[in-house]
Design a protein around this ligand. Structure first.
Ligand code: URA
Length: 242
């Protein structure tokens, strides 16, 4: 269901007067504390505009998607705990800093989630990455787990779950159940996605209020085929084949 109208915002550098800034549609807001939406900056909106355009060809789709994925990973990493860590610089002075504490891994929901693996590898050297294959039964519409390959010590890790399109949330919710069955507590899971639907985010957050969701945009809704609208079409097709 398409609900409230899409919010519009002036976008552009702060030194420009509002009258000289274009307006653009920005993300909906949702009343769930576990959901973190990237700041709706001119950069992000320009990147999303590129990948939403039906006329954007595959090479550009991959390039601009990768930039958004990088932003999601960088924001996701800010949700991991750090401990105090002081170092001495080459000029002999101390700097009071921090370092990451705890082990992480990625888990991609195949096939589209695999597109986000490189962005995670670019930020986390030699990160372990597991995979889950979930497909919807065409007649019952229920998601079904076909395959999983996860690090054996996943219960001791923070998990970054990867899937670019968060539509009904059926696959993501099944993936969370798989992770919980392996001993991963909800509050050590971060679900990174590019575009979410209000329906998906709502169902998911009521069921798993402690799983953090990091998304770049909450869209208007779902159509009768459960595609996100306005969305960007089939992400896997556009990234891997079209
Ligand atoms: N998966 C996609 O690739 N696109 C959608 O709009 C919904 C699910």
């Amino acid at each position: 269901g398409v609900s409230s109208p899409a919010p519009e915002k002036d976008l552009g550098p702060t030194y420009r007067p509002a009258a000289e800034k274009p307006t653009a549609t920005v993300s909906k807001e949702v009343p769930f504390e576990n959901v973190h939406i990237l700041p709706q900056t001119p950069q992000l909106i320009a990147l999303l505009t590129m990948i939403r355009d039906r006329n954007t060809e595959r090479g550009d789709f991959i390039f601009y998607s990768n930039r958004i994925i990088r932003l999601l990973v960088e924001e996701g990493l800010n949700h991991l705990p750090v401990v105090a860590h002081s170092v001495t610089t080459p000029v002999g002075k101390d700097y009071a800093g921090v370092k990451f504490q705890g082990k992480i891994c990625g888990v991609s929901i195949m096939r589209a989630g695999e597109s986000m693996e490189q962005g995670l590898r670019d930020c986390c050297r030699s990160v372990r990455i597991g995979k889950i294959l979930i497909q919807r039964n065409e007649s019952t519409c229920q998601p079904h787990l076909f395959y999983e390959k996860l690090p054996t010590d996943i219960a001791d890790r923070w998990v970054l779950l990867l899937d670019p399109m968060f539509a009904t949330g059926g696959s993501a919710m099944m993936a969370i159940e798989v992770l919980k069955a392996k001993g991963v507590p909800e509050d050590r899971i971060l679900f990174l996605n590019i575009i979410a639907s209000p329906e998906g985010v709502g169902n998911f957050s009521k069921k798993f209020p402690k799983v953090r969701v990091v998304t770049s945009f909450i869209d208007q809704g779902l159509n009768e085929k459960n595609y996100i609208v306005p969305g960007l079409g089939d992400f896997g097709d556009r990234f891997y084949t079209l």
